[in-house]
Design a protein around this ligand. Structure first.
Ligand code: SF4
Length: 458
């Protein structure tokens, strides 16, 4: 089913509250420090019984300069030598982690994120992939992706990454307007971006995604339309248009953005409306939650077949993998757990030197968590929930188990966000942009706390 989407300004204004992005359920807010290395060991070893394929996420935290909108876990530095000790410790962590998982479990998915993964030298990237290959079963047909900052990559870098078996990349752009770029401290020419995109296509990358952000200083429909036009001319396989969430109390670099330069909430919604109309008219499918893809891209195909999944990197086609997080701050999903590595180099290095997996917090999911995760995943990925299938799998009576939630569903049904009956919940075109609000109904923790540190849903 191809997703259509309706932009209903009144509805959006009414429902535009703060809420999680559901890259996991429970969300990271629920991770606690009673979960540690021993729990991780036990849970990781249990997964060898099922021997699901593996997904590896590797975090390279360094960036040459800081973008003021940034909410990532990164270290801004000009000192390239910092990468050597980091690489040495990540290599040790790879070996420590590999001891927990049976050899031969294929790595179906691999992602290098950051920070800026290409902060590493070519030699270091080669060494890193070689180490991964020595400890894990890399496969030729795997989905291996990397985040690229076009300012930090050359044509030779792209050729090398292809040789290293990477076949998907996302290119950070945000906005081509020089005034916006200056205000967010990310000066990047169109030539830099398109040179990398061309190189990726020439060497045979299967999917190239371009990341944009709306809601940045000085943006307007007119200015952003010019960026969109240039991007659509080169037809990347995927386009992500993220909502800039201005949370300067939490993310320090954002304090350098002048609030008076930000577009008003109304102007921001007008930009979003323009983006949706423009991209769908240009032939892109709305996948959900800021993501668009060409109809033949595997994300759009997976959504049509109801097999799309969501994880810490966004939407994914590999639902069944155990995800191992490597490097500072990285999050893993192993068996029925989520776990996160320590956040600073000062904590990471001693832990690795002591031969310990540097997990500092996590959560073991109970049956209620697993049920709610399944409901939220189905809704956010496929805009549908098959109620009898959920009842069968989790041995529940839906309307009884979710009695309070069903009352709230009724209200959303009356507002035209969804239809709901004994057999299914179907998110309607007007509800697709508000999918986070629909998922929040099934989030037991959010219902209790209404945590205000989340970003606005739109
Ligand atoms: S947005 Fe990316 S490149 Fe910019 S500072 Fe953050 S992690 Fe680094």
């Amino acid at each position: 089913m191809q997703q259509t989407i309706t932009f209903d300004m009144d509805l959006i204004c009414r429902y535009n509250t703060a809420g999680p992005r559901y890259t996991s359920y429970p969300t990271a807010v629920q991770f606690h420090e009673n979960f540690g290395e021993i729990d991780y060991h036990q849970e990781a070893k249990k997964t060898n019984t099922f021997a699901s394929p593996l997904s590896l996420y590797l975090h390279i935290p360094f960036c040459d300069t800081v973008c003021f909108y940034c909410a990532c876990n990164k270290i801004a530095t000009k000192d390239r030598d910092l990468s050597s000790p980091y690489l040495a410790h990540v290599q040790k962590e790879i070996a420590l982690q590999a001891e927990l998982f049976d050899a031969g479990r294929p790595v179906e998915q691999l992602h290098w994120g950051g920070g800026t993964p290409t902060f590493l030298s070519h030699q270091q990237m080669q060494t890193l992939m070689q180490t991964i290959g020595e400890h894990f079963q890399l496969v030729k047909e795997g989905e291996y992706s990397i985040e690229i900052d076009p300012r930090e990559a050359s044509i030779e870098t792209i050729e090398l990454l292809h040789e290293l078996n990477f076949n998907r990349m996302s290119l950070g752009v945000q906005d081509f307007d020089p005034k916006v770029q200056k205000a967010v401290n990310r000066i990047q020419t169109e030539e830099q971006t398109f040179k990398i995109l061309d190189a990726a296509r020439k060497v045979g990358f299967k999917s190239v995604s371009i990341d944009l952000i709306y809601g940045l200083p000085f943006q307007s429909v007119e200015s952003f339309s010019s960026t969109l036009e240039k991007i659509v001319q080169v037809m990347p396989d995927r386009i992500s248009v993220f909502n800039y969430a201005h949370l300067p109390k939490i993310f320090k670099p954002q304090r350098r953005i002048n609030e008076v330069d930000l577009p008003s909430p109304t102007a921001k919604l007008e930009i979003l409306q323009y983006v949706i109309n423009y991209l769908t008219e240009a032939g892109y499918v709305y996948i959900g939650m800021d993501h668009f893809a060409l109809p033949e891209d595997e994300l759009a195909v997976a959504q049509r077949y109801g097999t799309l999944y969501r994880n810490f990197q966004g939407y994914s086609t590999h639902a069944g993998c155990d995800l191992i997080g490597l490097g500072t701050t990285s999050i893993g999903k192993v068996g029925d757990t989520y776990s996160q590595n320590v956040k600073t180099l000062g904590d990471y290095y001693p832990s690795i030197d002591a031969g310990k997996i540097p997990v500092f917090r996590g959560i073991i999911l109970n049956q209620d968590d697993k049920l709610r995760r399944e409901v939220i995943t189905q809704l956010i990925c496929n805009f549908q929930l098959d109620i009898p299938a959920i009842e069968k799998e989790y041995q529940i009576e839906f309307t009884h188990y979710f009695s309070e939630e069903c009352i709230e569903l009724e209200a959303l049904q009356q507002d035209g966000l969804l239809t709901y009956n004994d057999n299914n919940i179907t998110v309607l075109p007007a509800g697709r942009l508000l999918i986070r609000n629909i998922c929040m109904i099934f989030d037991a923790y959010f219902r209790q706390s209404q945590n205000q540190n989340f970003s606005k849903v739109i």
